[in-house]
Write a protein that binds this ligand. Structure first.
Ligand SMILES: [Zn+2]
Length: 435
């Protein structure tokens, strides 16, 4: 049977070629740890940044007073010596990163089609971080069961040809003020995705019992702005941050550095395509940022408020990210940030603090926050969801529901404020071009 043999050999080669092209080995973090170091100012910061640039560590968060970073197993001794030489003491936040990743995925049974799931037609729950497939099942459920209240819209396509989806919720009144909520721009910040989903789920499925200031808004919610990156964090590298666009040497642009607001500032902008905060070859080079430009920049009715969800740090941030001076809306931002802080504290007893990004954490160019504000979205905020530097990006699934509740409390207080300050905001809508 020579024909059969040839056929089988050919078939096997074909499978081999296909799999080697499409399936990447899972990145593992066995023995890697996350350390925290207290810093005293710019010099210490620069030192940590240098360790990062040398690929000795991978920074999770860096402020003038604190750094959290991942240390690969094989470099622990070397990094320890470097820190000692600079008189910097470290504490270990995560003893074994891979073990923490495994724990987070093993704590609950894999998402199966339970009786409830079969009845609803989706498997989304607050007990497990959902894959993109499960999130899309949930969107289909909304489109079918709540078609009179919300629409699932495609606002763009990614480099890997996934759709960027937005849920548009409204009771149909064209005068409703628009509030935009985005999550998942940084792929590994899973709790930003589940929190956006939690807010979305509460508004849609409990619409009739919501306060009037929730019902009289047009909510635009994009839980997964970066679906390529999100899928990659589930399938290959749990700690991936950027999108997955191909460049010569490396992959991915940091979406939240790619907007056209102070994009080119030398010394802040990251031009190296292999760095985790790569700003992209030019402003708005990415499909994800283009989708938001189209949504916010060209719409006649602009959102009056925007919440861009990230993790982590327990922070409420407002513009500017790239400028030292306060905005002309500084007092209003402080007022709303205080309302959100207090709402969160009432909900979960979590302490959040607030400030302008530039001063509160670090300068950043090309952020969605600054760009949205510059386009007339007066109430633009980033919320860096919990925690304060314990498990960081790897907060366990048992935190999903409480975190969702506290973020919904923040969103409610924002919606209420916007209601009461209608006139002020309308007058600001006229401001179209800032720079
Ligand atoms: Zn982020």
């Amino acid at each position: 049977m020579p024909f059969v043999k040839t056929y089988w050999i050919f078939f096997c080669i074909a499978i081999h070629v296909t799999s080697s092209q499409t399936v990447e080995d899972k990145v593992t973090y066995n023995g890697s740890q996350v350390w925290q170091v207290e810093l005293q100012g710019a010099e210490d910061m620069a030192y940590i940044q240098k360790l990062h640039d040398n690929k000795d560590i991978s920074i999770w968060t860096l402020t003038p007073t604190r750094a959290d970073f991942l240390v690969p197993d094989r470099l622990k001794l070397k990094v320890h010596r470097r820190l000692v030489a600079k008189h910097l003491n470290h504490t270990v936040l995560i003893l074994d990163v891979q073990r923490r990743i495994d724990l987070n995925t093993q704590q609950v049974v894999p998402a199966l089609w339970t009786e409830n799931a079969l009845r609803d037609g989706h498997r989304l729950s607050w007990k497990k971080f959902p894959t993109l497939d499960i999130i899309e099942e949930y969107y289909n459920f909304l489109a079918e069961d709540y078609s009179s209240l919300c629409r699932v819209q495609t606002i763009g396509y990614t480099a890997e040809n996934r759709t960027i989806k937005m849920i548009n919720i409204t009771d149909g009144n064209p005068k409703n003020k628009i509030i935009l909520i985005t999550g998942g721009s940084h792929a590994r910040e899973w709790v930003s995705v589940t929190s956006a989903l939690y807010i979305l789920n509460n508004i849609v499925t409990k619409f009739d019992t919501q306060s009037s200031y929730i019902k009289n808004k047009n909510w635009l919610i994009i839980p997964v702005l970066n679906p390529d990156g999100y899928v990659y964090t589930h399938t290959v590298d749990r700690l991936w941050r950027k999108n997955r666009r191909n460049f010569k040497r490396c992959k991915g642009v940091d979406i939240n550095r790619n907007f056209d607001s102070d994009w080119g500032i030398v010394g802040i902008k990251e031009s190296d395509e292999c760095k985790i905060t790569y700003s992209g070859p030019y402003a708005f080079s990415e499909r994800e940022t283009k989708a938001l430009r189209h949504l916010v920049g060209s719409s006649v009715r602009k959102p009056v408020a925007m919440l861009d969800l990230h993790s982590y740090g327990n922070l409420i941030l407002f513009p500017w990210s790239a400028r030292t001076q306060p905005t002309e809306d500084y007092n209003k931002h402080v007022e709303v940030a205080e309302l959100m802080r207090s709402a969160i504290f009432k909900s979960s007893k979590e302490n959040y603090t607030y400030g302008a990004t530039y001063h509160k954490i670090y300068p950043a160019t090309g952020t969605f926050l600054d760009w949205a504000y510059s386009k007339g979205v007066v109430h633009s905020y980033v919320i860096e969801i919990k925690d304060k530097g314990k498990l960081g990006f790897l907060i366990p699934p048992k935190e999903i529901e409480d975190t969702g509740k506290e973020l919904f409390a923040a969103a409610r207080s924002l919606a209420k404020y916007v209601n009461h300050h209608k006139r002020q905001i309308e007058s600001k809508d006229a401001r179209k071009t800032w720079f």
